[in-house]
Design a binder for this molecule. Structure first.
Ligand code: HEC
Ligand code: HEC
Length: 400
């Protein structure tokens, strides 16, 4: 139990130690060029190692420390060391998975196929990693549903393909094409307060409390200003912070400060919402709408919510699916799908609710962030729109 409550903390430290180890950009993109002892994942791009490792951890319900060691004195991870038998076993498992997937067995597997997040000696709650196959099945199910409703959407064989039923064609009649994207985004902008109000929104300080899955409550502060981002969470063990000054990212866990980039930086900035509505078309590429769908009721016994669905791509082989309330136009859910090596994908869900008007712009006062190792509920207490924020706040603190 003690370990569980330390989990976020360990993850933050692991992320920083990890970031430190990859701060030097390698010339070649493959893993062996960047890391010290890659024996199995030699053909995996270097920048996919981190998300793949997170996938391993999620699949087993483990933390990085189940397979890796760190220096007790400095807290710095030595990921290349092979001291833990679990890391050695995992290499065998990787080989097995790759052998099956390369073979002619008609089956594609991943760690989660067998482990399902339940190999759980630390008492962590089961994670929810999805395999590509599970996501494809979900997409196929949605497509079949769409087909029953009057068209045979082919669905996406791979999540991150067109959203459910977005591909017209298939047998059994001509499906109605998915609606165009623009009206959904325009409705969102209007619902948020309109383009003019959003254009005036150049900075914001949001404060409140975040409750994690161990039911610990901590104060948080988010500062945002024209593409710059800074979040501080007052974890009782040490302050956790992430920042982005417009050019480079960094993270801090107590005295440990390190550069953060790539997928980890994207993760650190999941709540960077200041300009989401106004910069929608530039933030995402390959925007497509899916057929309207539904989200489950938010309260027991409530009615399911009709939603419009838009999907867009982000760097690092990440897609987001955005669910907009069909009535109000507001963003209710973002689903972040990160593809990993070895035929697996990780899904993060961010739910927005309790919208309130602050200086003419709608702000969600409850944000739930849910992924394989996190269940954080952010409750906003105060929002200062147009606050003066010193640029220094976004810059990596120097080591004292
Ligand atoms: C189930 C065991 C397992 C877990 C959990 C795990 N790893 Fe790994 N990790 C491995 C294995 C195995 C390798 C070596 C892969 C190879 O030989 O191709 C590795 C290699 C690495 C490397 C490359 C080290 C080098 O220089 O050679 C890094 C960095 C890394 N892991 C980070 C992480 C992080 C961060 C986490 C937590 C998010 C994590 N790992 C969780 C098994 C694991
Ligand atoms: C086909 C099913 C299957 C798949 C797929 C699979 N595993 Fe396993 N794994 C097992 C079984 C069964 C065991 C237990 C073996 C034993 O008890 O000796 C195991 C054991 C392990 C162990 C050792 C656990 C311990 O407590 O020592 C690690 C680590 C591990 N698997 C990691 C992985 C990783 C990482 C992947 C994906 C690359 C993976 N496994 C994919 C079935 C699977």
């Amino acid at each position: 139990m003690k370990l569980r409550s330390s989990f976020v903390f360990i993850v933050a430290f692991a992320a920083l130690a990890f970031a430190g180890s990859v701060a030097i950009k390698a010339q070649t993109p493959m893993a062996p060029a960047k890391y010290k002892d890659i024996q199995q994942l030699k053909d995996v791009p270097a920048d996919q190692i981190d998300v793949t490792m997170q996938y391993f951890a999620a699949s087993l319900g483990w933390t990085c420390l189940n397979c890796h060691v760190r220096d007790q004195a400095t807290g710095v991870f030595a990921y290349e060391k092979n001291d833990k038998k679990e890391k050695v076993s995992a290499r065998g498992m990787i080989e097995m998975v790759r052998t099956v997937n390369a073979g002619d067995f008609g089956a594609k597997i991943n760690c989660a196929t067998c482990h399902q997040g339940h190999n759980d000696p630390l008492g962590l709650q089961p994670a929810q990693p999805y395999t590509e196959a599970q996501l494809a099945a979900m997409a196929a199910q949605a497509a079949a549903q769409a087909a029953r409703q009057g068209g045979a959407g082919a669905g996406g064989a791979r999540p991150g393909g067109p959203p459910q039923g977005a591909q017209p064609g298939g047998r059994g009649g001509t499906p109605p094409p998915p609606p165009p994207v623009e009206p959904i985004i325009e409705k969102f902008i209007t619902a948020m307060g309109g383009q003019a109000a959003l254009d005036r929104l150049q900075s914001r300080i949001t404060t409140g409390t975040v409750v994690n899955r161990a039911n610990q409550s901590m104060a948080f502060t988010i500062e945002e200003k024209a593409g710059k981002f800074h979040i501080v969470v007052n974890d009782p063990r040490a302050t956790i912070a992430w920042g982005f000054d417009g050019k480079s990212g960094w993270g801090q866990a107590g005295p440990v400060i390190a550069d953060v980039d790539g997928f980890r930086l994207q993760q650190a900035m999941r709540l960077n919402d200041l300009r989401r509505a106004s910069d929608f078309n530039t933030r995402y590429t390959n925007l497509q709408a899916g057929r309207p769908t539904r989200l489950p009721a938010r309260t027991p016994g409530g009615t399911p919510i009709n939603v419009s669905l838009v999907q867009g791509d982000l760097p690092n082989d990440v897609q987001e699916r955005l669910y907009f309330d069909a009535t109000s136009g507001l963003l209710l859910r973002r689903q972040v799908i990160s593809h990993t090596a070895l035929n697996g994908a990780l899904v993060e869900t961010i739910d927005y609710s309790d919208y309130k008007d602050v200086a003419g712009v709608q702000v969600p006062f409850t944000i739930k962030l849910n992924n394989w190792n996190t269940l954080d509920t952010y409750t906003v207490v105060d929002v200062k729109t147009g606050a003066q924020i010193d640029d220094a706040q976004f810059v990596k603190p120097s080591v004292k």
